[in-house]
Design a protein around this ligand. Structure first.
Ligand SMILES: Nc1ncnc2c1ncn2[C@@H]1O[C@H](COP(=O)(O)OP(=O)(O)OP(=O)(O)O)[C@@H](O)[C@H]1O
Ligand SMILES: O=C(O)C1=C[C@@H](O)[C@@H](O)[C@H](O)C1
Ligand SMILES: [Mg+2]
Length: 169
Protein backbone atom coordinates (compact mmCIF):
# COMPACT_ATOMS: atom_id res chain seq x y z
CA UNK A 1 0.00 0.00 0.00
CA UNK A 2 1.37 3.39 -0.98
CA UNK A 3 -0.15 6.87 -1.12
CA UNK A 4 -1.18 8.06 -4.57
CA UNK A 5 0.68 11.31 -3.81
CA UNK A 6 2.43 12.99 -0.89
CA UNK A 7 2.51 16.80 -0.70
CA UNK A 8 5.41 18.61 0.95
CA UNK A 9 6.28 22.28 1.23
CA UNK A 10 6.46 25.22 3.61
CA UNK A 11 3.56 26.83 5.49
CA UNK A 12 1.35 28.59 2.96
CA UNK A 13 2.36 26.33 0.09
CA UNK A 14 -1.21 25.04 0.01
CA UNK A 15 -0.54 21.40 0.92
CA UNK A 16 -3.72 20.86 2.95
CA UNK A 17 -5.93 22.80 0.53
CA UNK A 18 -4.56 21.14 -2.60
CA UNK A 19 -4.55 17.66 -1.04
CA UNK A 20 -8.30 18.03 -0.31
CA UNK A 21 -9.07 19.05 -3.90
CA UNK A 22 -6.92 16.28 -5.39
CA UNK A 23 -8.43 13.69 -3.02
CA UNK A 24 -11.97 14.71 -3.98
CA UNK A 25 -11.22 14.70 -7.67
CA UNK A 26 -9.52 11.29 -7.57
CA UNK A 27 -12.12 9.90 -5.19
CA UNK A 28 -9.60 8.93 -2.51
CA UNK A 29 -9.23 9.79 1.19
CA UNK A 30 -6.88 12.49 2.38
CA UNK A 31 -4.61 12.23 5.38
CA UNK A 32 -2.86 15.22 6.93
CA UNK A 33 -0.11 14.43 9.43
CA UNK A 34 -0.80 17.61 11.43
CA UNK A 35 -4.40 16.41 11.87
CA UNK A 36 -3.20 12.89 12.74
CA UNK A 37 -0.98 14.27 15.51
CA UNK A 38 -3.81 16.46 16.80
CA UNK A 39 -6.25 13.55 16.78
CA UNK A 40 -3.76 11.33 18.61
CA UNK A 41 -2.97 13.89 21.30
CA UNK A 42 -6.38 15.53 21.55
CA UNK A 43 -4.83 19.03 21.38
CA UNK A 44 -3.80 21.42 18.63
CA UNK A 45 -0.32 21.47 17.07
CA UNK A 46 0.05 24.97 18.45
CA UNK A 47 -0.66 23.77 22.00
CA UNK A 48 1.81 20.89 21.67
CA UNK A 49 4.50 23.40 20.65
CA UNK A 50 3.67 25.64 23.59
CA UNK A 51 3.20 22.98 26.29
CA UNK A 52 5.69 20.31 25.27
CA UNK A 53 8.03 22.01 22.83
CA UNK A 54 8.96 21.57 19.21
CA UNK A 55 11.23 18.56 19.81
CA UNK A 56 8.34 16.59 21.28
CA UNK A 57 6.11 17.56 18.36
CA UNK A 58 8.77 16.37 15.89
CA UNK A 59 8.83 12.92 17.54
CA UNK A 60 5.04 12.66 17.23
CA UNK A 61 5.21 13.94 13.66
CA UNK A 62 7.85 11.38 12.66
CA UNK A 63 5.54 8.58 13.85
CA UNK A 64 2.56 10.12 12.05
CA UNK A 65 4.54 10.33 8.80
CA UNK A 66 5.70 6.70 9.07
CA UNK A 67 2.12 5.51 9.72
CA UNK A 68 0.59 7.57 6.92
CA UNK A 69 3.14 6.32 4.37
CA UNK A 70 2.69 2.71 5.46
CA UNK A 71 -1.11 2.64 5.87
CA UNK A 72 -2.69 5.14 3.53
CA UNK A 73 -3.31 4.67 -0.18
CA UNK A 74 -5.00 8.04 -0.79
CA UNK A 75 -3.43 11.49 -0.72
CA UNK A 76 -1.11 12.56 2.11
CA UNK A 77 -0.27 16.11 3.18
CA UNK A 78 2.75 16.44 5.46
CA UNK A 79 3.35 19.13 8.06
CA UNK A 80 5.64 21.85 6.77
CA UNK A 81 8.59 20.76 8.91
CA UNK A 82 8.24 16.99 8.44
CA UNK A 83 11.21 16.93 6.06
CA UNK A 84 13.52 18.09 8.88
CA UNK A 85 13.58 14.48 10.08
CA UNK A 86 16.22 12.31 8.37
CA UNK A 87 14.07 9.25 9.13
CA UNK A 88 11.06 10.81 7.41
CA UNK A 89 13.17 11.88 4.44
CA UNK A 90 14.40 8.29 4.11
CA UNK A 91 10.83 6.97 4.45
CA UNK A 92 9.72 9.23 1.57
CA UNK A 93 12.17 7.61 -0.88
CA UNK A 94 10.30 5.89 -3.69
CA UNK A 95 7.02 7.70 -2.98
CA UNK A 96 5.33 10.06 -5.41
CA UNK A 97 6.28 13.22 -3.52
CA UNK A 98 5.11 16.57 -4.90
CA UNK A 99 6.81 19.72 -3.60
CA UNK A 100 4.49 22.73 -3.64
CA UNK A 101 6.98 25.58 -3.87
CA UNK A 102 6.04 29.13 -2.94
CA UNK A 103 7.99 32.38 -2.86
CA UNK A 104 8.24 34.55 0.22
CA UNK A 105 5.71 37.19 -0.85
CA UNK A 106 2.99 34.69 -1.77
CA UNK A 107 3.63 32.63 1.37
CA UNK A 108 3.23 35.73 3.54
CA UNK A 109 0.00 36.67 1.78
CA UNK A 110 -1.38 33.18 2.29
CA UNK A 111 -0.48 32.63 5.95
CA UNK A 112 -1.28 36.24 6.85
CA UNK A 113 0.79 38.49 9.04
CA UNK A 114 -1.00 37.24 12.17
CA UNK A 115 -0.24 33.61 11.64
CA UNK A 116 -1.32 31.17 14.34
CA UNK A 117 1.46 28.86 13.18
CA UNK A 118 3.79 28.43 16.17
CA UNK A 119 7.04 28.63 14.20
CA UNK A 120 6.01 31.94 12.66
CA UNK A 121 5.24 33.77 15.87
CA UNK A 122 7.07 37.08 16.07
CA UNK A 123 8.27 38.48 12.77
CA UNK A 124 6.39 36.39 10.21
CA UNK A 125 8.41 37.69 7.26
CA UNK A 126 11.82 36.95 8.81
CA UNK A 127 10.76 33.55 10.15
CA UNK A 128 9.28 32.50 6.83
CA UNK A 129 12.34 33.71 4.89
CA UNK A 130 14.72 31.75 7.15
CA UNK A 131 12.51 28.69 6.97
CA UNK A 132 12.28 28.81 3.16
CA UNK A 133 16.05 29.35 2.81
CA UNK A 134 16.86 26.43 5.12
CA UNK A 135 14.29 23.95 3.89
CA UNK A 136 14.00 24.39 0.14
CA UNK A 137 16.93 22.01 -0.37
CA UNK A 138 15.20 19.39 1.81
CA UNK A 139 11.89 19.65 -0.04
CA UNK A 140 13.73 19.33 -3.36
CA UNK A 141 15.68 16.39 -2.02
CA UNK A 142 12.57 14.30 -1.27
CA UNK A 143 10.42 15.43 -4.20
CA UNK A 144 9.84 13.63 -7.49
CA UNK A 145 7.96 16.67 -8.82
CA UNK A 146 7.86 20.39 -8.03
CA UNK A 147 4.97 22.76 -8.75
CA UNK A 148 5.67 26.50 -8.61
CA UNK A 149 2.46 27.77 -7.01
CA UNK A 150 3.00 31.56 -6.80
CA UNK A 151 0.89 32.47 -9.80
CA UNK A 152 -1.67 29.68 -9.53
CA UNK A 153 -4.79 29.35 -7.42
CA UNK A 154 -5.31 26.15 -5.46
CA UNK A 155 -7.52 24.60 -8.18
CA UNK A 156 -4.86 25.21 -10.82
CA UNK A 157 -2.21 23.66 -8.56
CA UNK A 158 -4.49 20.63 -8.10
CA UNK A 159 -4.93 20.40 -11.91
CA UNK A 160 -1.15 20.25 -12.35
CA UNK A 161 -0.77 17.72 -9.54
CA UNK A 162 -3.40 15.41 -11.05
CA UNK A 163 -1.73 15.63 -14.47
CA UNK A 164 1.62 14.67 -12.90
CA UNK A 165 0.02 11.78 -10.98
CA UNK A 166 -1.76 10.44 -14.06
CA UNK A 167 1.42 10.63 -16.17
CA UNK A 168 3.43 8.87 -13.47
CA UNK A 169 1.08 5.90 -12.89
N1 LIG B 1 -2.38 28.31 -4.74
C1 LIG B 1 -2.95 29.08 -3.81
N2 LIG B 1 -3.18 30.38 -4.07
C2 LIG B 1 -3.69 31.20 -3.14
N3 LIG B 1 -4.03 30.84 -1.89
C3 LIG B 1 -3.83 29.56 -1.56
C4 LIG B 1 -3.28 28.61 -2.48
N4 LIG B 1 -3.18 27.42 -1.86
C5 LIG B 1 -3.64 27.62 -0.60
N5 LIG B 1 -4.05 28.89 -0.42
C6 LIG B 1 -4.57 29.51 0.82
O1 LIG B 1 -3.41 29.70 1.64
C7 LIG B 1 -3.71 29.39 3.00
C8 LIG B 1 -2.75 28.31 3.47
O2 LIG B 1 -3.03 27.10 2.78
P1 LIG B 1 -2.83 25.66 3.45
O3 LIG B 1 -3.34 25.65 4.85
O4 LIG B 1 -3.39 24.66 2.50
O5 LIG B 1 -1.25 25.58 3.48
P2 LIG B 1 -0.32 24.43 4.07
O6 LIG B 1 0.75 24.26 3.06
O7 LIG B 1 -1.15 23.22 4.40
O8 LIG B 1 0.28 25.12 5.39
P3 LIG B 1 0.79 24.42 6.78
O9 LIG B 1 2.18 23.90 6.52
O10 LIG B 1 0.82 25.54 7.76
O11 LIG B 1 -0.18 23.33 7.14
C9 LIG B 1 -5.19 29.00 3.03
O12 LIG B 1 -5.92 30.12 3.40
C10 LIG B 1 -5.49 28.60 1.60
O13 LIG B 1 -6.84 28.83 1.25
O1 LIG C 1 6.70 24.35 9.09
C1 LIG C 1 6.61 23.83 10.21
O2 LIG C 1 7.62 23.54 10.89
C2 LIG C 1 5.26 23.52 10.72
C3 LIG C 1 4.21 23.47 9.85
C4 LIG C 1 2.86 23.03 10.23
O3 LIG C 1 2.34 22.17 9.22
C5 LIG C 1 2.85 22.32 11.58
O4 LIG C 1 3.35 21.00 11.48
C6 LIG C 1 3.65 23.08 12.61
O5 LIG C 1 3.05 24.34 12.77
C7 LIG C 1 5.11 23.24 12.16
MG1 LIG D 1 -1.45 22.16 6.19
Amino acid sequence: MSPVAVFVGPPGAGKSTVAEIVGQRLGVDVRDTDQDVEAGEGVSVQDIFIDQGEAHFRVLEEKAVASALAEHDGVVSLGGGAVLSPASRAALAGHRVIFLDVGLAAAIRRVGMNSGRPLLLGNVRTQLKNLLDQRRVLYRDVARFTIETDDLDATQVADQAIALIEDDR
